[in-house]
Write a protein that binds this ligand. Sequence first.
Ligand code: ADP
Length: 501
Amino acid sequence: MSYLHNVKSNLVLTLDQGTTSSRALLIRGDGAAEASAQYEFTQYFPKQGWVEHDPNEIWSTIKHAINDVLTGIDVSRVKAIGITNQRETTVMWNRKTGEAIGRAIVWQDRRTASMCEQLKLQGLGEHVYKTTGLLIDAYFSATKMQWLMQHHPEAQILAKRDELCLGTIDSWLIAKLTGSELHVTDVSNASRTMLYDIHRMQWDQVMLDACQIPESALPAVKPSMGFFGEAQINGLNIPISGVAGDQQAALFGQRCFSRGMVKNTYGTGCFMLMNTGQEAPVSSHGLLSTIAWSDGEKVTYALEGSVFIAGAAVQWLRDAMQLIDNAAESEYFALKAEEKEYVYVVPAFAGLGAPYWDMYARGAVFGLTRDTGKEEIIRATLESLAYQTRDVLDAMVQDAGTSIHSLLVDGGASANDFLMQFQSDIIQRMVVRPKNIEATALGVSWMAGIGAGLWTMKDIGALHINHQNFKPKMEQGLADKRYAGWQKAVKRTMHWVDDEP
Ligand code: ADP
C-alpha cells in the first residue's frame, strides 16, 4: 500500500491527556483531525501548594473521549494509538488489581520541596544534572513517588511482593488500555522522573536509593516510536505505537527533526525545546537536558527552557483583575494601548523559571504613570510572554553555540497576532506559526504512525504545511531598549519573599 493511500485512509487514535482535560482525536497522516472529543476533570487543591488528580477520573474521561470519537467511524481504519501526556505527574497502583492507590500528584505540586532540599544537602545536585539532565526540583516525579510510597502503608507490602506500580500518566493509561497487562513508559517520559540516566538509558541506582524507590515498581522503558502493546477497543486489538511527553510531542509535531530547530509552545506556561541531535546538551544557563524521542535506533536529545506563567498571566487578567472577558480579547485591548507608555508586568506569580530559577520572586508592575490604563496593563502582560521567551531563547543560543534564524510557535496563546508580532520584534527573528497550532496531538499521532509502519519521518517531513510568518517590524535599537527595561524590571522582583509557600 502506498504512503499516499495510508495518509488519507488510516487513522491514529490520539490520546492527549493534559493538566486540565483529557482529549481523544482521530488524526490522519496529513495532520487532518477527523474527530475530536474533550472532557475536563477535577483539580484537587487539598493544601497550599498541593495539586492532585484522580487517576480513575483521568481514565474515565479518556474512555468517554475515545467512545465519542469512535462513534460512527469504521474502526478498522484505526491502525495505531498514540499517547501524549502531562509530564511528571505521578500515579501509584496495584499491579494485580489495576487499582490506583491514592490520587496522582500533579507536576505543579510543591509538597516535596523539602525532600528536594534534603537531596541537595546530600550533595546530589551535580549527580542529578550529569545523569538525568535535570535540576533537583519538586516538579519532577522522583520525590512524588517517594512521597506516595511513604504515605500509603500498603505500598511497602505490595513492593515486597513485586505488586506495586509507579509511573507517569502514559504508563497509567497504557496499563488501563491493556487490562493491566503492561507496565511501560517511553524514554521522553522517563527522562522527566529525575531517576533515569539519559546517557546510559537505564534507571539510575544512586537516585533510586536516594529516593528509596524499588526498581521493580518502575515501568520498562521503551523507544517513543515502536510497539508498546495492544489495546482492546470495540472488539479490535489496536497497537499502541507512539508515546511521548507533551512538550516532546510538540517538538515532533512542529517537525523539528534536525539539530538546532526550536519550537516554543504558548500554553499555561511556555515551553521552548531545541533539538540537539544525538548529543545530550550541557547547559550553563539553567536549561534542562532531556530526551526528545527515540525511534528504537537512535536517541534524539533536546535542550529545554520553561516559563511557569505565560497564558496563565492572561487568565489572571481575566479572572483576578477582571480586565477582559476572555483570553482572545486581550489582543483587541493591547492594540488600543498608548504607543509610548512602556509599562512592564512581571508575572512571577510562582517564582521564576529558566534562566533565573528563583522560587522567591513575586509578580510586579513597573513604569506606571497617570496615563496608564487597562489597555497598557493588558499589553504589558502579553508582552511579558514575549520577553520571557527571549530570556529562554538567548540562554539557548548561548548554550547551543548556534544561531537561530526563526522560531516555530504553537499552543493556545500563539493564536494572538499582536503577541506573535511583538515576539518577532523583541527577538528580531521570524516567528513561524503553522495553521494547525495543536502540535502536541499531531506530533504523537505521527510518531504512532511511524511506530506502526504506516509512514516514515521522511514522509512527514515532505508534507506541505501552511504557515503564517511574522517578521520583525520594530527597529533593533528600540527592541533592545524595551528588552533592557524588562531585564531591569525582572531584577527588582527577585528574592522578594523569604519562604516558598
Ligand atoms: P494548556 O495546554 O497549557 O492548557 P493551551 O495551549 O490550551 O494551554 O492554551 C491555553 C492558554 O492560552 C490559556 O492560559 C489562555 O489564557 C491562553 N490563550 C488562549 N487564547 C489566547 C489568546 N488569543 N491570546 C492570549 N492568550 C490566549
